[in-house]
Design a protein around this ligand. Structure first.
Ligand SMILES: N[C@@H](CCC(=O)N[C@@H](CS)C(=O)NCC(=O)O)C(=O)O
Length: 209
């Protein structure tokens, strides 16, 4: 199998970290988003959604969406589990992972895509171009502050986001915190729980993947 990837982008990084935690050597094919390679006819014929990451299996099956790719890798390589083993852990990891993506990652994406000149006419991913809405960048800034505060409260009670073990929820949240840094939204000096956790997850070798 091979995974279409763009190293600087946050979503492919989630998959690379996930694979690294499991010791999976995942061959990657670079797609340069800055050069618009993802909008080329050639890449559209591979992935009509024009996004990365995109996993292609040896039989030609294509899988988009980070959560779906990671689910596939988890089923192939269950150890160490990153999506949980008990019903409760599976649910908590899915819950926190989803919150991190929807409330965190997408809030930062709204800031970037609705304010940066590089994303004019490309405020959403996909084959259609959408105009920027500056108010969404403002809303994104408000939402990411709320999300960081939520993370700090949660991490006061729990070593990792979904419980006592590192999981996919931590991967998405760490990528979100780093992505927010691009937008100059940093961990607050008073957010000691978030800071403790971020230092711990960033020190894992997989964080460099
Ligand atoms: N929901 C998708 C999101 C993927 C996504 O947004 N990827 C970004 C890179 S982080 C992308 O492909 N951007 C293409 C573009 O900017 O048009 C997933 O989970 O894979």
């Amino acid at each position: 199998m091979k995974c279409y990837d763009f190293t600087p982008a946050p979503n492919p990084r989630r998959v690379r970290i996930f694979a690294a935690e499991k010791g999976i050597a995942l061959p990657t094919v670079p797609i340069n988003l800055r050069d618009g390679e993802h909008l080329s006819e050639e890449y559209r014929s591979v992935n009509p959604y024009c996004t990365v990451p995109f996993l292609v299996l040896d039989d030609g099956t294509g899988i988009s969406e980070v959560v779906a790719i990671c689910r596939y890798l988890e089923e192939l390589h269950p150890t160490p589990p990153l999506l949980g083993t008990s019903p409760k852990d599976k649910a908590l990891i899915a819950m926190w992972e989803h919150r991190a993506e929807i409330e965190g990652l997408l809030a930062v994406a709204d800031i970037l895509r609705n304010s940066s000149p590089a994303f004019r006419g490309r405020a959403l991913t996909g084959s259609l171009g959408y105009d920027q809405i500056p108010a969404l960048a403002e809303r994104g800034r408000a939402r990411i502050a709320v999300f960081f505060a939520e993370l700090d409260r949660r991490l006061a009670q729990s070593e990792f986001l979904a419980g006592k073990d590192f999981s996919m929820a931590d991967i998405t949240a760490m990528v979100t915190v780093d992505f927010a840094g691009w937008m100059k939204h940093l961990i607050g000096t008073e957010q000691s729980n978030l800071k403790r956790w971020h230092q711990a997850v960033s020190a894992r070798p997989s964080a460099k993947a």
